[in-house]
Unconditional design. Structure first.
Length: 227
């Protein structure tokens, strides 16, 4: 039954791209806005100058607007990442250092297939630092993906949500991963719905909240008792 639910649950943008999904959503918003603004501006310009036929004018306007949208989308991603890097440079993420640890030692252990050693190292880190976000996220992914220990993975993700210094992107990512676990291998759809409602309440009017609202509607429809 649990295997069947895993197959039914569609992976979200956050599953595929992690915290970077927030940058992609932001870039998409910039691109759409730039396209329509550019389309209106270029259409007005071509109509005023009277060059070419109306059909060609529209083709030129659409083409130039697509270029403008692509440029705006790329700029949105770069701006988001630069802002995040700037925040990391000046803010302290649960430690005494002004940068974010990459955990290259643990990553090398994973690459050599020493999953248990990597998890042991991550556990030592999180036990010694209750505000460390990234090691909890990485350990949760390892537990779920490599050891099928979905319970421990969920515990670590809940801890991420409760850390006061957790960034919005990490909070959204942790919430979506919790939803994946509750709706999938842990077979607790009710808790998945609770997590989605919390996300909607915490980030109202954002793309993340809209995506959560759609996921909530899907879960409700899937788990409605049959009449």
């Amino acid at each position: 039954m649990g295997e069947e639910r895993r197959e039914e649950y569609r992976k979200t943008l956050f599953d595929r791209h992690g915290p970077d999904a927030m940058h992609l959503l932001t870039a998409g918003g910039f691109a759409v806005m730039a396209f329509f603004i550019g389309l209106g501006a270029f259409s007005y310009f071509f109509s005023m100058c009277g060059c070419a036929t109306p059909g060609n004018q529209m083709l030129w306007a659409v083409g130039l607007s697509l270029v403008l949208a692509a440029t705006a989308g790329g700029a949105g991603i770069m701006t988001g990442r630069m802002a995040e890097k700037g925040w990391r440079h000046f803010a302290v993420d649960g430690s005494t250092t002004p940068y974010e640890e990459q955990y290259s030692h643990e990553q090398s252990l994973v690459m050599r297939g020493r999953i248990d050693d990597a998890l042991e190292s991550f556990e030592a880190i999180v036990q010694g630092n209750r505000d460390a976000v990234r090691p909890r996220v990485r350990a949760a992914e390892l537990y779920s993906r490599e050891k099928a220990n979905h319970v421990r993975a969920a515990q670590l993700l809940v801890e991420v949500q409760c850390i006061p210094t957790t960034r919005v992107g990490d909070f959204v990512y942790a919430t979506h991963r919790l939803v994946d676990l509750y709706a999938g291998p842990l077979n607790e759809p009710g808790r998945a719905m609770v997590e989605l409602r919390r996300l909607i309440e915490r980030l109202p009017g954002t793309p993340a909240a809209e995506q959560a609202r759609e996921a909530l509607a899907t879960l409700k429809a899937r788990h409605q008792p049959s009449s």
